[in-house]
Design a protein around this ligand. Structure first.
Ligand SMILES: [Zn+2]
Length: 271
């Protein structure tokens, strides 16, 4: 599943090709990807020009000359930028015909990805972006005290809280494990028991780990590889996720399921 660094990498690569490209036509083969009424989506995006590509959390945001195309890749979503008719398969669900004879293809084997159109004044004021928490790469001066208040009373494990995107956004299963290892916090701890200092440590580790992962163009692990010819290398720097031995104290790592997601941590160094 692409997390913040992989989405950021896709954003940077797509941006090189798509700026100032006009979307002449859109072919939707599987309606389930589109969260809007299909005609509303088509009418608002057809004929628009892509002015920029932004990101918040794990969302890609195509800034159009009017409004935005919001895209979430979920488990397996991928974009291809190719000459028209160069590629086709049954997993390509949305095709954007561009004004230069190229297409932006959206492929999604699992079909969990989502797209929607947002008006200029809706983007950050409506679901889903309004519900996202602190983005460790974009938000330079977060109000840590306000964010910390959201931890209050939550009985679920800290790992589950970090996966839900409303306090910190951009972390998924891989990077949450790495962040909690670096900040020496047991992923099974109840969220409400995390101290303010520990929360700051989680925020700092999130920023540091996501920055390093972006430098390495993300993680290429199991199912998710970028479609754009970019191979991430951060898998070579993972400390605990998918590993057997703690790199700090050399004991065997624990493997447990939290929220149904395989979680790796050291019972000795993470308290
Ligand atoms: Zn350890």
């Amino acid at each position: 599943m692409p997390e913040l660094p992989e989405v950021e990498t896709v954003r940077r690569v797509l941006k090189e090709d798509l700026i100032n490209r006009k979307i002449d036509n859109i072919i939707i083969r599987y309606d389930g990807i589109i969260e809007d009424d299909i005609n509303y989506f088509l009418n608002n995006i057809k004929g628009k020009t892509i002015l920029d590509i932004l990101r918040r959390g794990k969302y890609l945001i195509f800034k159009l000359n009017e409004g935005y195309l919001l895209s979430h890749l979920r488990m397996e979503g991928k974009y291809f930028y190719l000459k028209r008719n160069e590629l086709d398969n049954k997993h390509i669900h949305v095709i954007f015909n561009l004004d230069n004879g190229f297409d932006l293809l959206y492929q999604d084997v699992r079909k969990f990805g989502k797209m929607s159109y947002k008006k200029d004044d809706e983007l950050y004021n409506t679901h889903p972006l309004k519900d996202l928490g602190y983005d460790p790469i974009l938000d330079l001066n977060p109000d840590y005290k306000e964010l910390y208040k959201k931890l209050n009373k939550k009985l679920i494990p800290i790992k589950s809280t970090l996966l839900d995107q409303t306090i910190i956004t951009g972390l998924g299963n891989i990077y949450v494990d790495e962040v909690l290892f670096e900040s020496k916090i047991n992923p099974e701890r109840k969220t409400k028991d995390i101290s303010f200092d520990e929360f700051i440590s989680i925020c700092n580790s999130s920023k540091h780990i996501l920055e390093e992962a972006i430098k390495n163009k993300g993680t290429t692990i199991r199912s998710y590889t970028s479609s754009l010819g970019v191979i991430g290398n951060y898998q070579n720097f993972l400390n605990v996720h998918t590993k057997n031995i703690c790199p700090r104290c050399k004991i065997a790592l624990n493997r447990v399921k939290i929220n149904g997601r395989m979680t790796y941590y050291c019972n000795n160094c993470q308290r």
